[in-house]
Ligand binder design. Structure first.
Ligand SMILES: Cc1ncc(C[n+]2csc(CCOP(=O)(O)OP(=O)(O)O)c2C)c(N)n1
Ligand SMILES: [Mg+2]
Length: 587
C-alpha cells in the first residue's frame, strides 16, 4: 500500500504536513524547539500527525544540543525555532553539529512574506529591515540552506533539505515564512521514498585508490587501524568491523571515535590520544609501519584537547569524502562505497602481517579503602565495570572527556561526546535527545551521562524536559567544586569557582515524582551504589553526585599538562634565542 493510503492523506496537503510526513518516514519522531508567533502555525500541524511528538525544550540552545544527541542515534534530528531570537540562541549548538558531522534540520518560522517585502520594522528584527541577515549567518554552519517560497517546487526543496542533512551529516537551514505554512502541495510525492543513498564513486579513481591502499595493507608488517568519529556518523561501522576482523590488524579509536567499534574485539587496544596516550597505546601506535585512520574527522591532528602526531612510514586517512595518503590527496571519494570496494578486493592470503600476541586495553587500577574519599582514577576504573551492553554513554567537555578514555565499553555501546566543538553544557541537552531517541529505538538501552558540575550549571534546566517526558537517564554529576580542567591546566584562580548547588534536590524542584538522588562521598558509598541490583535497572531518573577533590584529574590530563609545560618551555627558549641573536652585532 502507498504511504498516502496508509496515512489516509488527501491528494493535496499543506507544505507543513508534507515536511512532517517526510520526517516521520525517516523515523524522526521527536521534534525539538520552542514556539513563537512565527513558528506556532507550523508546530500546530505536527500535532495532527500520529507518531510525532513535540519535545518542548526550555531554551533553543538546549534544543539544538538535544537534536544533535537525537541525530547521533537516529541519523537525523530536527529543531524548530522562531525568527531571530530563537534561531540565534540555537546557532552555537548548530555550529557544534556542523563541526562534528551531525545531521540536523533547523527549521525557522519566519515573518510573513509581506512584512519581508515591505521591510517592516517588526520585533525580532535588527530594526534595519534586513530579513536575510540570520539566514546569512546560518549558511556558515550549514551544508545547505533554503527559504521556502511560493513555487511549484517547494516540496522538492523540502526533500532536498532533508536528504542533504541526512546524507552529508551536517546541519541544513530551512526558513518557512509563517503565511506559507498552508501552501498546498500534492501528497503523492510522499509515495516515492527519499533517495538517501550515497552516490557511487568514479570507478577508475576508486580502483586506483583501493589498489594503493591494498598494496600498503599487503606490505605492512606492523600495521594499525584507528577508528575516528565519522565511522558512526557516516554509517561505516559494519565495513570497519569487517576490515578489522579480516585483517586482524591491531585496532584503536580516537577519543571522538570511542564507541565506534566493538571494544571486545581481541585486537582492540584502547584510545589513541596522540602524545598523551597511555604508554601501552603509545608503544604500539608510535612504532607502526602503516596506519589507516577510518572515518577521520579532524582536518589536522592538533586540537586544543588532543595532540596527534602519526609517525608511521605509510599513512592512509579516510575522510567522509576524501582520501589522503602521505603525499597525495584524492577528493570526491565517498567512504562507504570505497570501503565496500576495498573489502571486495581484499585477499587475506596476501597480508604480510601475522597476528601477534596482543596486550589488550590496559585499565589503570588504583586501590583505595572503603572509607577513602573518591578519586577520578578510581571512579573511572570502577564505573567501567558497571557498564552494560547497549548502554549509551555521554560525556562532557572537562575532566570527564579524559576520564572516559580510561574505561572499557562493552559490545554495542554508543559513545557520545563533543570533543571537537567542546561547548560546555552540550551533554545535558544531548542526553535528553539521546534518551528520547533511545525510547523510540528499544527499551533496552540505558542512557548514562557524565557531566561536570560547572557544565551542568550551563544547561541545568533541560533536566525539566527529561522529567516531563519521564525519561530515565543516569546523570552522574562530577562535583569538584568548579571548572577543574581549567583550574588544573591554568591556575587556581577564583573565577574557576562556582556556586555550590544542592543538586540532589533538583528533580523534586523540577516536579519529578519518581526519581533517585544519591550523594556519593566515599569509596564505600560508590561500591554499595554499583552493587545494588536495583541500581542497574534504568527505571527512574537518577542524579548521582560524585564528590571529587578540585585538583584531582585523570591521568591523561596530567600528561597533557606535562606536555603543555614542555611546549611552553620550548617556546620561551626559542623566543629567548631569537632575542639573543638579534642583540648580537652583525657579522
Ligand atoms: C560554552 C562554553 N563556555 C566556556 C567554555 C570553557 N570551558 C571549558 S571546560 C570548562 C569548565 C568545565 O567545568 P566542569 O564542567 O565542572 O568540568 P571539570 O573540568 O571540573 O570536570 C569551561 C567553562 C566552553 N568550553 N564552552
Ligand atoms: Mg567541575
Amino acid at each position: 500500500m502507498h504511504y498516502t493510503e496508509v496515512e489516509n492523506l488527501a491528494t493535496t496537503i499543506t507544505i507543513a504536513d508534507y515536511l512532517f510526513h517526510r520526517l516521520k518516514q525517516l523515523k524522526v519522531n521527536t521534534i525539538f524547539g520552542l514556539p513563537g508567533e512565527f513558528n506556532a502555525p507550523l508546530i500546530d500541524k505536527l500535532y495532527s500527525i500520529q507518531g510525532l511528538r513535540w519535545a518542548g525544550n526550555t531554551n533553543e540552545l538546549n534544543a539544538a544540543y538535544a537534536s544533535d544527541g537525537y541525530a547521533r542515534l537516529k541519523g537525523l534530528g530536527c529543531i524548530i525555532s522562531t525568527f531571530g531570537v530563537g534561531e540565534l540562541s540555537a546557532i552555537n549548538g548548530i555550529a557544534g553539529s556542523y563541526a562534528e558531522h551531525v545531521g540536523v534540520l533547523h527549521v525557522v518560522g519566519m515573518p510573513p512574506t509581506s512584512a519581508q517585502t515591505r521591510q517592516l520594522l517588526l520585533h525580532h528584527t535588527l530594526g534595519n529591515g534586513d530579513y536575510t541577515v540570520f539566514h546569512r549567518m546560518a549558511t556558515e554552519v550549514s551544508c545547505h540552506s533554503a527559504v521556502i517560497v511560493d513555487t511549484d517546487f517547494c516540496a522538492q526543496e523540502v526533500d532536498a533539505c532533508i536528504s542533504k542533512a541526512f546524507t552529508l551529516q551536517r546541519p541544513v537551514y530551512m526558513g518557512i515564512p509563517v503565511n506559507l505554512v498552508d501552501m498546498p502541495v500534492e501528497s503523492h510525492r510522499l509515495n516515492q521514498p527519499l533517495d538517501l543513498s550515497v552516490p557511487p564513486n568514479d570507478p577508475n579513481k576508486e580502483n586506483e585508490v583501493v589498489e594503493q591502499i591494498l598494496s600498503h595493507f599487503y606490505k605492512a608488517k606492523h600495521p594499525v587501524i584507528i577508528a575516528d568519529a565519522c565511522v558512526t556518523r557516516h554509517a561505516v561501522d559494519a565495513e570497519t568491523r569487517e576490515l578489522c576482523e579480516r585483517t586482524q590488524f591491531p585496532l584503536f579509536v580516537t577519543p571522538m571515535g570511542k564507541g565506534a567499534v566493538d571494544e571486545s574485539l581481541p585486537q582492540f587496544g584502547g584510545v589513541y590520544t596522540g602524545s598523551i596516550s597511555s604508554p601501552s597505546v603509545r608503544e604500539v601506535v608510535g612504532f607502526v609501519d602503516f596506519l589507516i585512520v577510518i572515518g577521520c574527522m579532524l582536518a589536522d591532528f592538533e586540537t586544543s584537547s588532543f595532540h596527534f602526531g602519526y609517525r608511521a612510514k605509510e599513512l592512509v586517512l579516510l575522510y567522509p569524502t576524501l582520501v589522503k595518503f602521505k603525499h597525495a590527496t584524492y577528493p570526491d571519494l565517498n567512504i562507504k562505497p570505497l570501503l565496500q570496494s576495498l573489502l571486495s578486493q581484499l585477499r587475506e592470503s596476501q597480508l604480510s602481517y601475522h597476528t601477534q600476541p596482543r596486550q589488550s586495553m590496559v585499565i589503570p587500577k588504583l586501590e583505595l579503602p572503603s572509607t577513602h574519599s573518591l578519586r577520578q582514577e578510581w571512579v573511572w576504573n570502577q564505573i567501567s565495570q558497571w557498564f552494560q551492553e547497549r548502554d549509551i554513554i555521554i560525556t562532557e567537555t572537562g575532566t570527564s572527556a579524559f576520564g572516559i578514555n580510561q574505561t572499557h565499553f562493552p559490545h554495542h555501546t554508543l559513545g557520545i561526546s563533543q570533543a571537537l566543538w567542546g561547548s560546555v553544557g552540550y551533554s545535558l541537552g544531548a542526553c535528553l535527545g539521546a534518551a528520547m531517541a533511545a525510547t523510540e529505538l528499544s527499551k533496552t538501552h540505558r542512557v548514562v551521562l557524565f557531566i561536570g558540575d560547572g557544565a551542568f550549571q550551563l544547561t541545568a534546566q533541560e533536566l525539566s524536559t527529561m522529567i516531563r517526558w519521564r525519561l530515565t537517564p543516569y546523570i552522574f554529576i562530577m562535583n569538584n567544586q568548579g571548572y577543574s580542567v581549567d583550574r588544573f591546566l591554568h591556575s587556581n584562580a577564583s573565577y574557576y569557582d562556582i556556586q555550590p548547588w544542592d543538586y540532589s534536590r533538583l528533580p523534586e524542584i523540577f516536579g519529578a515524582q519518581d526519581y533517585e538522588s544519591r550523594k556519593i562521598v566515599t569509596v564505600g558509598d560508590f561500591q554499595s551504589m554499583v552493587k545494588d541490583p536495583n541500581f542497574a535497572n534504568a527505571e527512574r531518573i537518577r542524579i548521582l553526585e560524585i564528590m571529587l577533590p578540585p585538583m584531582d584529574v585523570p591521568q591523561a590530563l596530567r600528561e597533557r599538562w606535562v606536555q603543555d609545560e614542555k611546549r611552553e618551555l620550548e617556546r620561551r627558549e626559542s623566543v629567548e634565542s631569537v632575542k639573543r641573536q638579534k642583540l648580537l652585532p652583525p657579522r
